[in-house]
Ligand binder design. Structure first.
Ligand code: SAH
Ligand code: SF4
Length: 361
């Protein structure tokens, strides 16, 4: 029988690492040292580690070219910083050449990584650079984990002593379209002895994949949920978010209601404000009606212009009026600051810029 395809050690949870060691006749007792090296100490060269002998032998026999396991160590394909240095954006090249974005943000003493869950995205939101690219493939758990490890490595190198404590799945891709890999990655990322980002500091942002939202609730997944809404009627939303034809607004709101009832948790609603499309006072009032009875927080996001969409950001005064209506109805509502707009901060924009440059040279 042919050898199974090599697997990434970063794909494996702690129990699987224990099982692998046991299956190879090595005591599972060594799993802690291996886990610590991979996830706490960010080690990429396991062969060079001063492990005890049995683990050293396991690594020598099992990890590396032509062996059953490899490590996910994406290369930086391009990198850009905001003028204040507080936002760093990376285009990371995966083993098959696919490039995905990872962002490290540091404001008010809080450091947050924003990672991708897919190469491209199948959901096709008209204003989103990733949506404009289309779907390429799902990322594996290890490819998601490795982005967090990369962000942490950069943080440690640039601001020694600072810890990465927050994670948002708001990079390229739709997390709930890649549910199993995302949940596996988050289990790995939140394991205390490893990367150790607390589940309540991890946000999954979804375009509104109804079955995924319900599954999160039924499984009692401990992460925060953000739902990208962008429209207050079926029509308004469908013009921006094609996925709403599959999961209509009414079904999405019903799923959010169930999620809230089952979990008792607040839901964060993302709203990209686009001039003339979804920024009117009437829209704000309809949004208030929609969210009645849901423990909701609305995040308003100014539109980042993208090559494939002619829309423009809502004027500042219009956005403030929108916010005032929500606040007046008792719905917490904040503006997501345009942090690092000078680094093409919108989802998929660094990749889109690179492709554009390639084709125009
Ligand atoms: N697919 C998920 C997560 C990735 S997108 C989702 O859609 O929620 C993360 C957030 O960035 C979403 O709220 C999305 O609507 C928003 N976004 C994407 N492109 C944008 C742009 N050009 N300007 C402003 N917000 C954008
Ligand atoms: Fe996909 Fe989210 Fe972009 Fe929509 S906004 S295309 S769901 S990444």
């Amino acid at each position: 029988m042919a050898d199974p395809l090599p697997r990434s050690l970063h794909d494996l949870g702690f129990a699987e690492i224990e099982a692998e060691l046991r299956a190879a006749g090595t005591s599972a007792h060594h799993a802690k040292a291996l886990w610590r090296a991979l996830h706490r100490e960010n080690e990429l060269d396991l062969a060079a580690r001063d492990f005890c002998r049995p683990l050293k032998q396991w690594v020598a026999a099992r990890v590396g070219a032509g062996k059953p396991f490899f490590l996910d160590a994406p290369e930086v394909s391009s990198e850009t910083h905001s003028a204040d240095g507080l936002t760093r954006k990376f285009l990371l090249r995966q083993r098959d050449g696919q490039e995905t974005e990872t962002v490290l943000m540091g404001y008010d003493g809080r450091h947050t990584a924003c990672v991708s869950t897919q190469a491209g995205c199948a959901m096709g939101c008209v204003f989103c650079a990733t949506g404009q690219m289309g779907f390429v493939r799902h990322l594996r758990p290890g490819e998601i984990v490795a982005q967090v490890l990369h962000a942490r490595r950069v943080l440690e190198a640039t601001m020694p002593g600072r810890r990465l404590r927050n994670l948002v799945l708001m990079g390229m891709g739709e997390p709930l379209h890649n549910y199993d890999a995302v949940i596996r990655a988050l289990e790995i990322i939140s394991t205390v002895r490893g990367i150790g980002i607390g589940p309540s500091r991890i946000s999954i942002s979804t375009v509104g994949v109804v079955p995924g939202i319900l599954r999160l609730a039924e499984e009692g997944q401990p992460y925060r949920l953000a739902v990208s809404l962008h429209g207050s009627t079926e029509e308004e939303r469908a013009a921006l978010v094609p996925a709403s034809k599959k999961w209509p607004l009414a079904e999405l709101i019903a799923a959010c209601r169930s999620y809230g009832e089952i979990t008792g948790k607040r839901i964060f609603f993302e709203w990209t404000l686009i001039a003339g499309k979804n920024d009117s006072p009437d829209t704000a009032r309809r949004l208030v009606e929609l969210l009645k009875g849901i423990d909701a927080h609305v995040n308003l996001i100014p539109l980042n212009p993208t090559g494939g969409f002619a829309g423009t950001a809502a004027a500042a005064g219009v956005g403030q009026e929108f916010q005032r209506i929500l606040l007046g109805a008792g719905i917490p509502c904040t503006f997501r600051q345009r942090r690092g707009i000078d680094v093409a901060a919108g989802c998929g924009m660094l990749k889109a810029e690179k492709v554009k440059t390639r084709f125009t040279i």
